[in-house]
Design a protein around this ligand. Structure first.
Ligand code: BG6
Length: 519
């Protein structure tokens, strides 16, 4: 029996109560309730479970159940019908309680409710507290959980928290201290939802399970690695939050650096959460930290979108978005040349970029291999293109490999050929959502795809130095029209090294023969 099967059994044997703080919020509606439903449909949630929705707003159980049904009908992967037997059975497990999170008495009442549900569903005292709340509230919730006696149950306690984990290293340290006064590090599950994505998890498998790649996975054979997390959306209703955060804090500190660690880490000694996270920490320790304004200027690009056009639709500038300062210097684009200064990666640039209002929504990682020497025959007619290995993470899932082959019928004419495995085309859109996986893992006690405190701290160390250099002036803020690929300065930075971004997401290059294309 695998470790995963054993973990699943533990969940089935003793079950758990899930406490959702922020039960009326967007995350709960769009992600968490649909995730519970998918896990239930797939038999991953035992009958021994209960979910308590918690928010300040008073609501009856019936109202809560109606909201639950609506959110599942709208956002879940599985269809639901009011009145069908399965839905009735599932919704039985959900309760709602209005709670003022500063009031210890309310927490004592919550403990009573939890004990009643534990009895009703024969749950062995395990409690998972999911804080879908603003981080400023984490500390007082943790304290009140303790004072309200909610941590004195017979089973395990786990705390699941959402990003952002701090605003910089000092604020993250403060937050961590507050949490650690109540919970042990191994009880804390810090969510980075990118780690729950199928293809991000697949990076490890592709790397470590294929003789093709691992022997070449180093600075002898790899020329550069390109990581793109682009979004077409602007800041929508989140201008207030985003204007204080910016792309580097919102996406760089967490999702992007996590992707770098997955690409660069050494094979772990065992497939055990702590061993895997130890390897990721080593990557973060080896990241070259840019300290001086000059180093930052040479290696980092920050941009902000101005008005522009996306697929024929005019878009307003970031500074005109709701709740954004009209003179804002906040970056909506962050790009950088990053180095992992260790034996494996010495000298290999990792180009990373993320931005709002870009032409496509995509997450993609391209590994560009070093060129073969142009030999006498081949160089005569064609300039060889480098081999590429591309991980498509989102929204398409799959990998493709670009190799060189002889053009059929020609005499030594070499053309690039792309071999394409489109996972999402095969299993459709029905792959588990990141939140399903992460909720399931937290309930089973598997912390592999959650960030440990030392990872968070090292990532802040990297980001804080860059932001510190920026605040010495805003001359380096570049502007790019909404709907474009961001500031040209990033292209120039790559051109200095003789590289360029490879086209994204199957925007196939002309002249490449696609062996098995995607739709
Ligand atoms: C979140 C950021 O963490 O990730 C958002 O706060 C961003 O600004 C989102 O839009 C992107 O996630 P995904 O899964 O849609 O790529």
């Amino acid at each position: 029996m695998s470790i995963n099967d054993m973990r699943q059994d533990v969940l089935k044997e003793t079950g758990a109560v899930f406490f959702i703080f922020g039960a009326t919020g967007d995350l709960a509606k769009r992600k968490l309730y649909p995730a519970f439903y998918a896990l239930y449909k797939e038999g991953k949630l035992p009958e021994r479970f209960a979910v308590i929705g918690l928010a300040r707003r008073p609501k009856t159980r019936d109202q809560f159940q109606a909201d639950l049904l609506q959110s599942i009908a709208e956002f879940a992967r599985y269809k639901v019908k009011d009145g069908d037997e399965e839905w009735q059975k599932f919704s039985e497990h959900f309760e709602y309680m209005s709670l003022d999170i500063n009031d210890v008495e309310g927490f004592k009442e919550l403990r009573g409710l939890s004990e009643r549900l534990e009895l009703k569903f024969d749950i062995g005292g395990n409690r998972l507290f999911y804080l879908a709340l603003a981080p400023e509230l984490f500390g007082s919730v943790a304290q009140n959980l303790r004072q309200g006696g909610l941590l004195d149950g017979a089973g395990w306690n786990r705390l699941v928290i959402e990003k952002p984990f701090g605003y910089d290293l000092p604020s993250a340290e403060k937050l961590n201290k507050q949490i650690c006064e109540v919970f042990k590090e191994e009880e804390v599950y810090r969510i980075d939802h990118y780690l729950g994505k199928e293809m991000v998890q697949n990076i490890e498998v592709i790397r470590f399970a294929n003789a093709f790649f691992e022997p070449l996975w180093n600075n002898k054979y790899i020329a550069n690695v390109q990581i793109t997390l682009s979004e077409t959306v602007g800041v929508e209703e989140r201008g207030g939050y985003y204007d204080h955060s910016g792309a580097i804090r919102d996406m760089g500190q967490n999702h992007m650096l996590q992707m770098v660690t997955m690409m660069a880490m050494e094979p772990p000694s065992r497939m055990h959460p702590e061993d895997i996270r130890d390897e990721k920490v080593k990557v973060l320790r080896s990241l070259r930290v840019y300290g001086s304004p000059d180093e930052v200027r040479k290696n980092v690009v920050r941009g902000q979108y101005t008005d522009g056009v996306l697929r024929g639709k005019p878009l307003k500038a970031y500074r005109s978005e709701d709740s954004v300062n009209p003179e804002s210097k906040t970056e909506t684009y962050f790009g950088a040349r990053v180095y992992v200064d260790n034996f494996r990666w010495a000298g290999v640039p990792f180009y990373i970029r993320t931005g709002k209002r870009m032409p496509v929504k995509t997450t993609e990682v391209v590994v560009e291999f070093k060129n073969m020497p142009d030999n006498v025959y081949l160089a005569q007619k064609t300039k060889l293109q480098p081999n590429l290995l591309v991980f498509r993470v989102n929204p398409l899932e799959g990998i493709y490999i670009k190799i060189n082959a002889k053009q059929p019928g020609s005499e030594w004419m070499v053309i690039p050929v792309a071999m394409d495995f489109c996972q999402s085309c095969q299993v459709g859109l029905n792959t588990p959502e990141a939140y399903e996986r992460l909720l399931y893992d937290a309930a089973r006690g598997d912390s592999t795809y959650f960030t440990r405190w030392d990872e968070v701290a090292l990532a802040w160390r990297f980001v804080d130095r860059i932001v510190g250099a920026w605040s010495e002036g805003d001359k380096d803020l570049q502007f790019y029209p909404a709907g474009s690929w961001g500031p040209e300065a990033m292209d120039r930075l790559m051109a200095e090294d003789g590289f360029h971004w490879w086209p994204i997401n199957g925007q196939e290059e002309s002249g490449v023969l696609w062996v098995k294309g995607q739709e």
